[in-house]
Design a protein around this ligand. Structure first.
Ligand code: PEP
Ligand code: MN
Length: 337
């Protein structure tokens, strides 16, 4: 942090700030350059710029702490590539995840996984602890769902991903899944993130419904700081005034995040649009925008799905999207692996 004093600042103004920093156990040095005194606060700190701005004699407070953040390219310039049983996310790879919103039964998941594995999909999604807006809606099969997910995944040689909604579920998720998903509603659940930072499973961290890119990266920071560097970010749409789609897919965040961070970012065109007819076009657009993969809801019978049927693709639609991605990805130097 740099504290820039104004030209009228007195020695006692400067001493007051230095005393304050000392009380916070922070070290600082001072440069006095052409009537402008700049105090440089050394090392990592969690100072609130507003606290400093209130001191007499201060003209500007500049936070430069972002260079300490582990998610940034300043910290690690090269792309992080996350390998889940041979499927890579990051670099020039497009990693694909597909499956139903929720695991409903063995037969349902077996049917979908069989079709998807024939398409070439190697990572199967399936919600088991569902965070639903209405408490009356299907809440997921819980542990039973995780067992089905693991069994079906193993049957078709697929890695599996499911959303963990509470820190108390960690042992179950360590046992049954290959990737742990943090849902949009839990992006700000810092206790959950701290628990997951101690796991060695890759994490798909979804952007919160009303979260900025900076906040998403700060949540990723919790995982990295605790020692889990296998973080895949996920843009899943944000809430805006627009009602024509379920959320507004912020494709602009992809180049922005790729510029700021070395972490892979995938896109969820299902929850961001909420409309089956919009999933394929936005999936294709996300690939063109440079994302590192897609997570998409697919169902064998969307009409009878217990959750998110209206945004779930038919298998045939997904097959076509897969063919499209095979053609689109090389245009921007990427490949499905
Ligand atoms: C999901 O992927 O099942 C889900 C609930 O997504 P989100 O957290 O993005 O709403
Ligand atoms: Mn869903």
């Amino acid at each position: 942090m740099l504290i820039v004093m104004n030209s009228k600042a007195t020695k006692s103004n400067i001493d007051n700030i230095l005393d304050f920093l000392t009380k916070k156990n922070l070290k600082a040095d001072i440069s006095d350059d052409e009537n402008k005194v700049v105090i440089r606060v050394k090392g990592k700190n969690s100072l609130d710029t507003r606290e400093i701005e209130l001191f007499a004699g201060v003209s500007d407070v500049i936070k430069i702490s972002s260079r300490f953040l582990q998610s940034t390219r300043t910290y690690k310039p090269e792309d992080t590539i996350i390998d889940v049983k041979g499927v890579k996310f990051g670099g020039d790879n497009v990693g694909l995840i597909a499956g139903p919103c929720a695991v409903e039964s063995y037969e349902q998941l077996d049917n979908i996984a069989c079709a998807l594995s024939q398409v070439g999909i190697k990572v199967l999604r399936g919600g088991t602890f569902k965070p639903r807006t209405s408490p009356y809606a299907f809440q997921g099969l819980g542990e039973e769902g995780l067992k089905i997910l693991r069994e079906v995944g193993d049957k078709y040689g697929m890695a599996v991903i499911s959303e963990m909604t509470d820190a108390s579920q960690i042992e179950l998720f360590e046992e049954y899944v290959d990737i742990i998903q943090v849902g949009a509603r839990n992006m700000h659940n810092y206790h959950l993130l701290k628990v997951l930072s101690k796991s060695r499973k890759p994490i798909v961290l979804k952007r919160g419904l009303a979260s900025t890119v900076d906040e998403l990266l700060m949540s990723a920071e919790y995982l990295l700081l605790g020692g889990n560097n296998q973080v895949i970010l996920c843009e899943r749409g944000i809430r805006t005034f627009e009602k024509a789609t379920r959320n507004t897919l912020d494709l602009g965040c992809i180049p922005v995040i790729k510029n700021l961070s070395h972490l892979p970012i995938i896109v969820d065109p299902s929850h961001s649009t909420g409309l089956r007819m919009a999933v394929v076009p936005m999936g294709r657009a996300a690939i063109m925008a440079g994302c590192d993969g897609l997570i998409i809801e697919v169902h064998n019978s969307p009409e009878t799905a217990l959750c998110d049927g209206a945004q779930s693709l038919y298998i045939e639609q997904y097959k076509q999207l897969y063919e499209d991605i095979k053609q689109i990805a090389p245009v921007i130097g990427k490949k499905i692996n």
